[in-house]
Design a protein around this ligand. Sequence first.
Ligand SMILES: C[S@@+](CC[C@H](N)C(=O)[O-])C[C@H]1O[C@@H](n2cnc3c(N)ncnc32)[C@H](O)[C@@H]1O
Length: 257
Amino acid sequence: MIFVLETKSKKLKNNSFILKEFLDNAFNLKSHLMEFLSISECDLDGFLANAKTNLANSHPGDNLSDVADFYTEIVGDRHLADLAAWHITSKDYIADTLKLQQRFSRDLVLDFGGGIGTHALANAMSSRVEHVFFVDINETNRKFVEYRAKELGVEKKLTFCKTIKDTKISKFDTIVCLDVLEHLANPDSQIEIFNEIMDCNSIALFNWYFYKGDNNEYPFHIDDSQIVERFFKTLQSKFLEVFHPILITTRVYKKFK
Ligand SMILES: C[S@@+](CC[C@H](N)C(=O)[O-])C[C@H]1O[C@@H](n2cnc3c(N)ncnc32)[C@H](O)[C@@H]1O
């Protein structure tokens, strides 16, 4: 059976093939990491095995005055390793989030806080998606995903930016913001911004985990009750949930008309 549909310079694949490629090798994630970081397979395995602890240990705790500094100044390539280890060990969960975005993604997509690029790359492979704007505050992440996009032959469908403003797009058809809101000082302001760059047919995929973990494994997550309450008030006043049948915590929203 032929799954790959070639058009001019784009490599478009059908949804089952994209999911299979993710489940098989996370879109060649390990070989991309070895090449990008110039490390051997053996060193990579050690890097991935210690990733979660290394990232948690690099957090300066209450001494951090600006939350964003952690992602721009401190994490370096430690976040790549943490995210890669998570996407490899929790591949069934990540595959479910890919299935969800396949149900909704179309046309102009914003992937905010795109990390190692799994969702942005999968969207770029989809024939329903015209272009993906990958926004991430971390320069190493942007460079890594740009490298991956070239390796996977989808670079023409992706643009890499540090901020939403840099995309110069006023309205997106799809917004993907997965496992990012708990990393922001003001998640309520962020979803207000998303609301402004959606129109009445746009769809947003959000999830959140406002919890530092049973043993402070996620010291960089926001868990302040007032911030969380403000977030839910904004969410409930500006967005309407759209039902989907996939049993995961990610929720789908449209704007309140
Ligand atoms: C836990 S990762 C999630 C990555 C990806 N969305 C996923 O589901 O695997 C959080 C990401 O948000 C990015 N990030 C944190 N603060 C940000 C900000 N203010 N603007 C854009 N990206 C940000 C980090 O650099 C990191 O890549």
